[in-house]
Design a protein around this ligand. Structure first.
Ligand SMILES: *Cc1c(COP(=O)(O)O)cnc(C)c1O
Length: 223
């Protein structure tokens, strides 16, 4: 297994390259280390390398890691969240990246003890295998969240299709950015929507060129 610090150094160089190409030298891009497939020990190495944002996609994995990791960390839930699991995790996380339906919002409202920073997940590419709201559904959905006191829409999240075609990937990220601008224009106090969670191991440079503020990296970092 490759050394995490070495992987991180390569990733950081590529991030800088993408920022420069996009004229984003002064923007801060948060790396979320996606640790869903690795052990507690490997996750501790991530923290020792200086990263603090960790991404998990199953309640069990998240809770097990939280229990054995005392270091300061920010916990991101990046997977589909079943409503019946909300109670278990919602007060254990710092960000939810997969808000995609009203029933989930209702359950969060019921279970959260303080406002939760949420990304609304959009399925921009329209692939059937992907979770998330269609482009057309995103704005009406966000408007309908006004009645909830425990939901704060900090941004939008998407996953690009699994393809070698860079232009297709780029278009998905560009569309998400456009959608984010539309949400920001609404000036909703509960939905500042300043963040864009997009880009994974294979496409984070494109995502940064198109405006990502959080990238979610698993295999390229810990694989
Ligand atoms: C697993 C996962 C990632 C990380 O994917 P890699 O290709 O390993 O970087 C990012 N986002 C989500 C939602 C994931 O499930």
């Amino acid at each position: 297994m490759a050394n995490i610090r070495e992987n991180l150094e390569i990733i950081q160089q590529r991030i800088e390259g993408a920022k420069n190409r996009a004229g984003r030298q002064h923007d801060h891009i948060q790396i979320i280390a996606v640790t869903k497939q690795v052990s507690v020990e490997r996750t501790k190495e991530v923290l020792n390398a200086g990263l603090i944002h960790l991404g998990e996609n199953r309640p069990e994995g998240l809770l097990a890691k939280k229990e054995s990791i005392q270091d300061q960390a920010a916990w991101h839930y990046i997977g589909t969240l079943q409503s019946k699991k909300v109670k278990k995790v919602i007060n254990e996380i710092d960000y939810l990246h997969s808000l995609d339906r009203m029933s989930l919002a209702e359950e969060i409202e019921k279970r959260a003890i303080k406002p939760v920073k949420c990304f609304v997940q959009a399925n921009v590419s329209g692939e059937e295998s992907k979770h998330g709201l269609s482009k057309e559904e995103v704005i009406p959905f966000i408007q309908s969240l006004e009645k909830f006191s425990k939901i704060q829409v900090v941004g939008l999240m998407t996953m690009a299709p699994n393809t070698e075609n860079e232009e297709i990937i780029r278009k998905v990220f560009r569309d998400l950015k456009e959608l984010q601008q539309e949400v920001m224009k609404l000036n909703l106090p509960y939905a500042p929507c300043q963040e864009l969670s997009m880009g994974m191991s294979n496409d984070y440079e494109i995502a940064i060129e198109e405006g990502a503020t959080f990238i979610r990296i698993g295999t390229a970092l810990v694989g």
